[in-house]
Design a protein around this ligand. Structure first.
Ligand code: FAD
Length: 286
């Protein structure tokens, strides 16, 4: 565990990584874990490539984080997988004493065959509960601006509610920059009987052009005033950084003031921006 004094944050935080694909990347990530450890996160999570493409690296990253004294949760996607294959992975996780999982459907690259036995995340969750009982904590994905493959909002909400009822303990949202989308989503799912925590997933502006591409791909709104201002900065990295931190810190403050139970940061394996936002949240609290 980090020996730096912890930041006193108004709500628990968690941090997401993707598994590095080089030895140097893994070493660097350990430093990032120690740095982010100063925010005393509830857990770190590590993504999993659809179809099992990062299976071993997800596990080794989770083990590296656990060896540094922090709780780590692997993501597990089910698309393209068999029940036997998923059972084997769950067995490995259990043997490693992993007590928390982010359970997803995943997306196979287009053109890839899908000979899997799971169609949607709710089937994975039901399978985990059936085979592992209730002592594994399961988080799932939520989409305040709706899943990009779902044409009808109402259906997406109902599918989400079914997924929670299949045995999920909590949800982490896709990133968003419009807090009203989150608050409206909460009202909608509460009306469908979901009372579990829905944790906002927050993406700091690590690289504006890249984030804007993700947002376009996944149907996420970047408010016009943010987009225009970011684009207007052109190559002025210092202004982009300062404005991005300001926008994301205010977003987190609004979410926390509105009752968000925790904040999950998409770190893209970097500590600086996320830590700066955490520092601001801690100083706003003081
Ligand atoms: P589901 O909940 O199964 O929903 C997928 C779509 O199917 C939705 O449109 C839903 O409305 C629809 N649907 C659900 N049930 C039914 C049904 N019974 N009938 C008809 N339609 C239905 N991807 C990865 O590959 N690896 C990761 O590690 C990863 N981590 C993520 C972490 C978070 C916090 C988030 C928000 C996303 C993550 N993703 C990851 C992306 C995710 O896999 C994709 O968004 C994927 O398209 C949907 O996964 P899901 O678990 O939300 O699917």
């Amino acid at each position: 565990m980090s020996d730096t004094p912890s930041l006193r944050l108004p709500v628990p935080v968690s941090f997401e990584f993707f598994p590095p694909n080089t030895e140097a990347g893994s070493e660097k990530l350990k430093t990032v874990v120690r740095e982010l450890g100063s925010a005393a996160p509830e857990f770190f999570s590590v993504t999993y490539g659809a179809g099992g493409s990062t299976r071993d690296r997800t596990l080794s990253t989770v083990r590296d984080i656990a060896a540094l004294g922090f709780e780590a949760a692997p993501h597990l996607s089910c698309v393209g997988s068999t029940r036997v294959g998923i059972a084997e992975i769950l067995g490995t996780y259990r043997a490693q004493n992993i007590r928390r999982l982010v359970a997803l459907r995943g997306d196979l690259p287009s053109g890839t065959a899908t000979a899997g036995e799971f169609r949607y995340a709710n089937e994975l969750i039901a399978f985990v509960r059936e085979t592992q009982g209730t002592d594994l904590r399961i988080e799932v994905a939520a989409y305040p601006e709706y899943h990009p493959q779902q044409r009808y909002a109402r259906r997406d909400l109902q599918h989400f509610a079914n997924k929670m009822k299949a045995g999920a303990d909590a949800a982490i949202t896709q990133f968003f920059y419009n807090p009203d989308a989150y608050f409206h989503f909460l009202d909608e799912v509460r009306a469908l009987g979901v009372d579990a925590p829905i944790v906002p997933g927050i993406m700091p502006f690590h690289n504006y052009a890249r984030i804007a591409q993700f947002a376009m791909r996944d149907g996420i709104e970047i408010p016009r005033w943010v987009a225009l201002k970011m684009e207007g900065y052109m190559d002025d990295a210092a202004s982009i950084r300062a404005f991005g931190i300001e926008v994301v810190s205010r977003l987190c403050e609004r979410l926390i003031a509105g009752g968000a139970p925790a904040i999950h940061f998409y770190t893209l394996n970097q500590s600086a921006l996320t830590l700066e936002v955490c520092r601001r949240l801690a100083s706003a609290r003081a």
